[in-house]
Design a protein. Structure first.
Length: 159
């Protein structure tokens, strides 16, 4: 790993405007993997570094989700052993994972009409929500995104 690929704890806290306590609370809840805390000797002593891209992306995700999900719910989502999810349509809407408009679009595109939503379906709806709400893609492109995610569902099962 190249030094440029790492970010110091101090720089991370300054850049993301999170506190030391928040960072370690997220670590205790397994929202940030232990192996991302890289201790290195520096001229000032021991310092903690993180893989820059991974930690910045994870903190952005946590911050965007924390209004709608508890830390425990997020910890379940980030858990590497999570392969099964059985959430109802209502739960996904209630937790703000997907809006009513995007849920309707998702159901029209996929033909989904029943509960529960499995992990791949919930993830696909969440990704679609983010892309459509940001304006980064059109509805036609949204259909293509869903096609790619859902067509690879069997291949990705258990990952």
């Amino acid at each position: 790993m190249v030094q440029d690929d790492l970010i110091s704890k101090k720089e991370l806290l300054d850049l993301t405007s999170i506190s030391y306590g928040q960072l370690y609370r997220w670590k205790r809840k397994n929202l940030i993997p232990e192996e991302w805390f890289i201790r290195k000797s520096t001229f000032t002593g021991q310092e903690t570094f993180f893989p820059r891209e991974d930690i910045l992306k994870r903190i952005e995700t946590i911050q965007s989700m924390k209004e709608n999900l508890s830390l425990d719910e997020m910890a379940e989502m980030f858990s590497p052993g999570l392969t099964e999810l059985n959430a109802s349509r209502g739960e996904l809407l209630e937790k703000g994972i997907v809006s009513q408009a995007v849920m309707t679009f998702f159901e029209e595109c996929t033909g989904k009409r029943d509960d529960p939503f499995v992990l791949t379906e919930a993830l696909a709806a969440y990704v679609l929500e983010g892309l459509l709400q940001s304006g980064d893609i059109s509805l036609d492109e949204g259909k293509m995104v869903l096609d790619v995610i859902m067509s690879n569902e069997a291949e990705n099962k258990g990952r």
